[in-house]
Design a protein around this ligand. Structure first.
Ligand code: ATP
Length: 235
């Protein structure tokens, strides 16, 4: 069953077109990695799906409902949650408070307790202000906060950014727990090896367009690298 359908999406910042005629679908339960060089348009695309950036043209259809004109908070209540680049926690609130502010009325598997189960590194930090956490711990809170809305679609923007490899491993181990619960995920990941490992399908963006799409098991790595850098072989 198709959960998300993006049709001919165009996004601009003034004269700069960041997303160009982007169309793709994500089925329920799929894990899709969005890759591409800096400035390819990945963050803008995620923000447009979440309702944080108003597209110039095109449609975003979620579970058969056209949500293109819905504000972000209405999309959250339908089950679309974004973990933004840079985490954006409330620094003065504790870990638990940061999680609780996001709790929605959508029923589901995720509560403070179940988030702490998949992110055990947060348990001893539960009553600490977010400002005092390490980067990896903050990322775990950011993902946990998105889970607290019991999303049907989780949009993750560069969860590895600025984290030491060993911390990224821990965050991805926890994400594997989230994924095994049957989540549908669209994630931006700069590390190609990691993206191919976690996702069943890959979308590669270049200068605002999707230039390559395919199954992560069958796509040839050289072809992905060519698409990523815009070399002719990809086409
Ligand atoms: P990165 O990996 O660097 O985050 P990205 O693939 O996520 O890159 P975007 O952040 O979506 O790409 O940026 C796409 C284009 O839009 C880039 O040319 C970028 O400079 C531009 N852009 C992004 N945000 C803004 C903004 N707020 N105002 C103006 N231009 C922007």
């Amino acid at each position: 069953m198709t959960l998300l359908r993006v049709e001919g999406l165009d996004c601009r910042y003034g004269l700069l077109q960041a997303v160009r005629a982007v169309s793709f679908e994500i089925a329920q339960g799929e894990i899709v990695a969005l890759i591409g060089a800096n400035g390819a348009g990945k963050t803008t695309l995620l923000r447009a799906i979440a309702g944080a950036h108003k597209p110039l043209a095109g449609r975003v259809v979620f579970d058969g409902v056209d949500i293109t004109r819905l504000p972000a908070h209405r999309r959250v209540s339908l089950g679309v949650a974004l973990v933004p680049e840079g985490r954006r926690l409330f620094p003065g609130l504790t870990v638990e408070e940061n999680l609780r502010v996001a709790a929605s009325r959508r029923r589901g598997r995720w509560t403070v307790e179940s988030v702490l189960e998949v992110f055990p590194l947060l348990r001893p930090r539960r009553q600490m202000p977010a400002a005092g956490l390490s980067g990896g711990e903050q990322q775990a809170v950011a993902i946990g906060r998105a889970l607290m809305c019991n999303p049907r679609l989780l949009l993750l923007d560069e969860v590895s950014l600025g984290l030491a490899p060993v911390v990224v491993d821990a965050v991805y181990r926890s994400l594997a727990g989230v994924i095994s619960e049957g989540a549908t995920v669209l994630l931006v990941e700069q590390d190609l090896t990691r993206a191919l490992k976690v996702a069943s399908r890959v979308l590669c963006m270049l200068e605002g367009r999707i230039v390559l799409e395919g199954d992560s098991k069958s796509l040839d790595r050289d072809r992905i690298v060519s698409a990523y850098f815009g070399l002719r072989r990809a086409v």
